[in-house]
Structure formats: structure tokens, C-alpha cells
Design a protein. Structure first.
Length: 495
């Protein structure tokens, strides 16, 4: 299994385990899978799909190989990278005697010349062709808009519809689409593992409903109990402008929104449903769009989102681990350290630390954080709108506004790595501990590794604001923990 840290892969692993399969996950950063509920039941090995040796090692003794990675247009040469990774995967699968490859790609419009497709769709189609030509029987599932809690398509739809009662939209809102529920995608992925050896082909994957994207918005509004939306299509919004518009209105950054918008330029409707001959439909049929939207929205409102589109690292985001400090030999490493005594238990303090971000905010100068998030989005970053997967619990690899959880020692340490646009790398650590006198102490450390002269200038340019931002954050987290502990003790006494 590749892509286990992503949206689909993170949900497919437990489905395969429940179906009785033993699962091995290939991940560039295995620690990101450490806190998943199924982590102890699946084998995890380190590697990358572009590294032949690690792919060969991961394929050893494998029966079925799932290819669930793609670049979402990260970098100018992403098509060449995708092509090379697919070739390596297919060759190593054949050499290892793998019985089947399963790949989840995108539904491409019929009759549209390859050169007119978006680079993203073109690359995903090419990856499927490379895998089909590998000599290993291959199942290529071609899905259009996937509806599920946390999917990029659903988040884009949800925020556009909820935030804009009157929408001036790109002309692609008139395009026909055939959305499919994520639970049907997972069912087909699991079922594909048992296909006969003589089946090696692509299959169109969609739900029972064919409708325009505008109708899909109106269906969402009805399911969510919103007033009817007024939608005015205009022809002037190019895919690039559409992606910038989506990036400003929704949590989906422009870099991710662009391939989604580009894929909607052409009609994406299934032309066959042959896969039911190998993976039969459930007794009540595939999930209809209204039910898919209802299920996804319910999980969002109940904070039961297993994985999100942001589970995978954003293209171009830094992934370097925090350098050793203070023995850093690679250059300047700036730090801002804060601490505060807390009139609360370490457990109460930890609850505040683990609940930071999202709707709870960052406990200091909300306007400053909002402005920094807006600037980040204007420069193509993720901004603050990604929020949290879960309102109370975090795990390694979770996105948290424009941070990502790099390390968590439950009850003691939370380390976040910045994914905002910066001339360098940045981390934020928060610790809950007891000092030598038994008092609860909060420790906070912001770390910045500058890149070039601009990085140094950035640090010293924002340094005057650190007392208000980071100092205020430490004080307010300590106060929030004290209030929470007092409420809990009062409630406990009253009960």
C-alpha cells in the first residue's frame, strides 16, 4: 500500500484489515502513521515510490499492490516524476511476482484530445497506462468527484456553498459530473484485490446521479438546511483565476484547487459500469448523492472525520525534521522561548495544548494570526482555514491550520512544523510538565531556520512582535488551563 498517509489510503488500510488481508504500508515518513487506530495491525516500512530499492523491499512477498499516490501538480516536472514512479512501481511489482496492481485515478472526458486535458488529469491517465503496461494484471479505477467527509472535493463544495449565498461562479458549474461516495470507492478498491488474473483494464467509477456542479451545490444547500443559493456563471474565470478564488473562499489552497477546477472544464460522466461484474453493487445499490452529502456532513458535524484531504503533505511544504539544538552546526537557528507557571494540573494544561488551533484559535492577537493566514493564502500557501481533523485529539501527521503535527508525546509535548510560505523552516513546541517543586509549568519554543539573507531579514523584521504574539500565547494558554481546571474541580464538587 502506497499513500497510506493520504485521504483514501488512510481509510483503505482498516477496510483491508477488516476484510482479512495483511497490510504493509510504504511511507516516506512512517511516524505519520504511528497514531492511527489501525497502526498496530499493519506493517509500516520507510521508502519512496521513486526509490527502486525501497519499493522492491516493500513488494517482497506481496500479493496485491495499491498505488494511491500522485503529485497534484507539485513542481513543473511533476508529470515526469509521476511517470518514473509508476514505471518503478510496475517493474518492481512484476519482479516480486505481485498478482495484481490496483490504482485509483481520475475520470477523463471521452473524445477530448490528450493535449487538451489539464496536466493533472493527463498525468493521472498516463500513470494508469504505465501500470497497465507493466506486465502485472492491473485494475485502474477512474473516479470523478469523490464525496466524503474531509475530501478536497467535498470541502470545496461545502465552503463555497455555505459562505456564498450569492455566487458569481466559473462557467464550469454547468458541467455534468457524476459524483461517487467515498464508501463506494473504498468498497471497489477492496473488491479489486480479488479480481481474476485475466482482468487487466480500467473501469469508470461513479454514483447513480449525474448532475451539474451547480445542481450539486444546490443539493448540498438543501441537505445542510441552507436557503437556496443564487448562482451566476460567468465565462471569464480561467482555471487559474478559479483556483485563486477557491483558495480565498475555502480551506483548499490554490495549488490543490487548480487541478480540481481544471478537471471540471470537461464533462466527467461514466460511460460504463462494468466493474459490477467483478465487484457487485450492494443490495440497495451505490450511495446516491443526497445520502453521500448527508453522511459526509454528519461526520463533519460530529467531529468523526477519519482522514482529510490535508492528511497528505501539501506540495512544496517543508518536511525537514527539527535540527538538533543547541548543537546546530549548519548555520543560524533562531529561537523564541517562553514559559509560565500554571495554576492547574498538567492534564488540564495538556488539554489546552492539544486543543489549540482551529476554532479554539492560537490564544494571542487573533487579528495578527488572521492577517498572517491571509498573506499566506495570497502567496499560494494553505493559510489558517484547514482547521483540525478532530476538535480534541491530534496525531502525528495531522494538519493544524498552517502547521503540521511533527511529534506528539501525549500529555507532555506537541511539536508543530510550519507549512506556511516562509524564507526558511519553522517549528513551534509546547510542553506541559512539573518542575522540581511539583508545580505545573508551561514551556514554549518557536524555532526558525532561515534560508539566505531574506530569511534573516524576515526573523528580525517580525521579532518586535514576538512579545505580543508568543508571549501573549504563553500567558493565555496558562490562563485557559487554569480556568478549565477550576471549572472541572467545581463541576466535580457539585456532582
Amino acid at each position: 500500500m502506497t499513500g497510506a498517509t493520504g485521504y483514501i489510503g488512510g481509510r483503505l488500510v482498516p477496510e483491508l484489515l477488516a476484510a482479512g488481508y495483511r497490510v504493509r504500508c510504504l511511507a516516506r515518513t512512517p511516524v505519520k502513521l504511528r497514531d492511527h487506530p489501525w497502526a498496530g495491525r499493519a506493517e509500516v516500512v520507510a521508502g519512496d515510490v521513486t526509490d527502486e530499492e525501497s519499493v522492491a523491499a516493500a513488494m517482497r512477498d506481496a500479493d496485491v499492490a495499491y498505488y494511491l499516490v500522485h503529485s497534484l501538480g507539485s513542481g513543473r516536472d511533476f508529470e515526469a516524476t509521476d511517470r518514473r514512479a509508476a514505471r518503478i512501481f510496475g517493474e518492481r511489482a512484476r519482479a516480486a511476482g505481485v498478482r495484481r496492481i490496483v490504482y485509483l485515478g481520475g475520470l477523463t472526458p471521452r473524445g477530448v484530445p490528450r493535449h487538451e486535458l489539464s496536466p493533472h488529469l493527463r498525468s493521472r491517465a498516463e500513470v494508469g497506462e504505465v501500470l497497465l503496461a507493466s506486465g502485472v494484471p492491473t485494475t485502474v479505477l477512474r473516479a470523478a468527484v469523490i464525496i466524503g467527509s474531509g475530501s478536497a472535493s467535498f470541502e470545496m463544495l461545502r465552503y463555497l456553498t455555505e459562505r456564498l449565498p450569492v455566487m458569481v461562479t466559473p462557467s464550469w458549474v454547468r458541467t455534468l459530473v457524476q459524483p461517487v461516495a467515498v464508501r463506494d470507492v473504498l468498497r471497489l478498491l477492496v473488491g479489486s484485490a480479488a479480481m481474476p488474473a485475466d482482468v487487466s483494464r480500467g473501469f469508470d467509477v461513479g454514483g447513480p446521479d449525474v448532475l451539474t456542479y451547480r445542481d450539486l451545490m444546490r443539493r448540498y444547500a438543501a441537505v445542510a438546511g441552507l436557503p437556496r443559493r443564487l448562482i451566476v456563471p460567468v465565462p471569464v474565470l480561467t482555471p487559474r483565476l478559479s483556483s485563486l478564488w477557491i483558495g480565498l473562499v475555502t480551506p483548499v489552497p490554490a495549488g490543490v484547487a487548480r487541478p480540481l477546477a481544471e478537471s471540471l472544464r470537461h464533462e466527467v460522466v461514466c460511460h460504463e459500469h462494468d466493474i459490477r461484474a467483478y465487484v457487485p453493487d450492494p443490495p440497495d445499490g451505490p450511495v446516491r448523492v443526497d445520502r453521500a452529502l448527508t453522511l459526509a456532513l454528519r461526520r463533519v458535524r460530529e467531529a468523526q472525520v477519519d482522514t482529510r484531504w490535508s492528511s497528505a503533505a501539501v506540495p512544496g511544504a517543508p518536511s525537514d525534521p527539527l535540527p538538533t539544538d543547541p548543537d546546530w552546526a549548519g548555520g543560524s537557528l533562531y529561537t523564541d522561548r517562553r514559559q509560565a507557571l500554571v495554576d492547574a494540573s498538567p492534564q488540564a494544561l495538556w488539554r489546552v495544548i492539544e486543543g489549540i488551533g482551529g476554532e479554539h484559535g492560537w490564544y494571542s492577537l487573533g487579528v495578527a494570526w488572521a492577517v498572517r493566514g491571509l498573506v499566506d493564502r495570497l502567496f499560494g500557501g494553505v493559510g489558517l482555514r484547514r482547521g483540525r481533523r478532530d476538535a480534541q485529539r491530534l496525531r502525528v501527521g495531522d494538519s493544524l491550520d498552517f502547521w503540521r503535527v511533527e511529534e506528539i508525546e501525549r500529555g507532555r509535548l506537541l511539536r508543530l512544523r510550519a507549512e506556511m510560505r516562509l524564507p526558511g523552516l519553522a517549528w513551534l513546541e509546547m510542553c506541559a510538565e512539573r518542575d522540581t517543586e511539583g508545580r505545573t509549568r508551561y514551556r514554549q519554543r518557536a524555532v526558525f531556520l532561515p534560508r539566505g539573507l531574506l530569511g534573516h531579514a524576515y526573523w528580525w523584521g517580525v521579532a518586535p512582535f514576538h512579545a505580543a504574539v508568543f508571549g501573549g500565547m504563553a500567558r493565555n494558554i496558562a490562563r485557559a488551563a487554569a480556568r478549565s481546571d477550576a471549572r472541572e474541580q467545581t463541576g466535580g464538587a457539585g456532582g
